[in-house]
Write a protein that binds this ligand. Sequence first.
Ligand SMILES: Cc1cc2nc3c(=O)[nH]c(=O)nc-3n(C[C@H](O)[C@H](O)[C@H](O)COP(=O)(O)OP(=O)(O)OC[C@H]3O[C@@H](n4cnc5c(N)ncnc54)[C@H](O)[C@@H]3O)c2cc1C
Length: 485
Amino acid sequence: MEVSAVIGSGIGGLAAALRLKHKGFDVKVFEQSDIPGGKIGEHKNKGYRFDTGPSLFTLPALLFELFELFGKNAADYIEVVDLPVTCNYFFPDGSNLKAWSDHDKFVQEAVNSGVDRQALENYLEKQKFLYNFTSEFFLFNSIHKISTYVGEAGQKSLRALHKLDAFTSMNKRNESVFGKGNLTQLFNRYATYNGSDPYRAPATLNMIAHLEHNTGAYFPKNGMRGIVEALVKLAHEVGVEFHLGEGVKSIQQQIDSSWNVITDKQIYTAGIVVNNTDVTYFYKNILPDAGMHRKLMKRERSSSALIFYWGVNYASELDVHNILFSNNYKAEFEGLFKHKLFANDLTVYIFISKKVVESDAPAGKENWFVMVNAPENVGQNWQQQSEKARQIIVAKINKMLNIDIEKHIESESVMTPVDIESRTTSVNGSLYGHSSNSPMAAFLRHPNFSRKYKNLYFVGGSVHPGGGIPLCLASAKIVGKSLSH
Ligand SMILES: Cc1cc2nc3c(=O)[nH]c(=O)nc-3n(C[C@H](O)[C@H](O)[C@H](O)COP(=O)(O)OP(=O)(O)OC[C@H]3O[C@@H](n4cnc5c(N)ncnc54)[C@H](O)[C@@H]3O)c2cc1C
């Protein structure tokens, strides 16, 4: 059996390992950390459990497919619930809008807040169109191969090219439908799902909204970490070999195009290598290539995050996902991408897994994951920036939710962009590799294969088709498809 080496056990690496195993490879996963899962981490503190990274889970079918490959029933590994409310929004004007996953209920709620019914219905229909006409081409195929353009998915997207809204920004399109109102802010927010700026990112990305508003949001019954646990369990059962706490230092191609994988413990030989580390880090550290590294460093990186994990000693009326919007969204994104510092007002995201997972906090208490989008780490004073953000967050929560939150915080931990970088080697702590702030960004992402080296593949949030759990799973699917075995 040919050996394949997967470097990194993020969601992309785990999915790739399973797809390789299914193709008949002998699969070894090398992970520098003692714990698999990369950004999908977990933290426990004084009786509270927190998912430390992703919290929004869409397109679960992409996850379930991995179990089906081996004839297994995904429900035996992970139970997922539908969230009736995808997000609970609080606006600076004091209004509140619940985004129901039920289409009609959401539309009615928005209409009650003064939004034109037909305009919203047309808008959601357009997002569905964008998704249906681009997803097969952009998300589930390599856009770096000619065959994709001449294939059915490519032809379908190319025929609809003039309708894909690539040359106007998300914000411009949203304002043209909803004016400067709250729904523009709500739909602009989807740019942050891949760490981008709605005032520059192409309006094609408005299709991200389709996933929540037309297909729904989900949550694993045992928390987001349950996704990793389920995949690792399956991987063990089907014979994937994990080398935890064994970082890869470098790889070297041999004359027969196989690879030597040099870890901090041993040298292994592998027929193929799949890299799941941040591609910019990879070309600096694992397969040094100064030209490639320089090229990747020149591209704008996606935003990062600052998160406070608070054990809160009261039971709120919030939902699983809650957003408290800032007064000046534009200034917030200028802070993130231009000044690389926090603006004076910030949008605050509060995620409470306890709303689904009863055991995540003691009775009558809640685990609050309180996050603001943060600039990539370029050496800012994070102590100072975190203190500033915390003050803004506390003031905002107090004002918009009418409480004195400080009185209720009984445990606190913090994760900064520097921590994200040091734990997962994501360059500058960016959550999603490069940003998607230009119409060409999708095409500039690193392909899922190497143009220079045979038998070298790439998965995960820093390569095509992009960051976030569904797209990382899609990247592994593309690699699976590209292997001729
Ligand atoms: C705070 C936060 C919130 C997020 N919110 C969401 C969300 O709500 N929904 C969503 O879908 N996505 C979200 N994301 C993004 C999502 O988590 C990522 O896109 C995805 O998990 C990245 O997976 P990956 O496969 O790229 O690998 P990563 O998770 O980046 O893992 C890479 C792995 O490689 C390992 N590694 C690095 N260097 C080496 C080496 N030399 N040798 C061996 N191993 C190495 C690392 O230790 C790590 O385990 C969020 C991320 C964060 C941090």
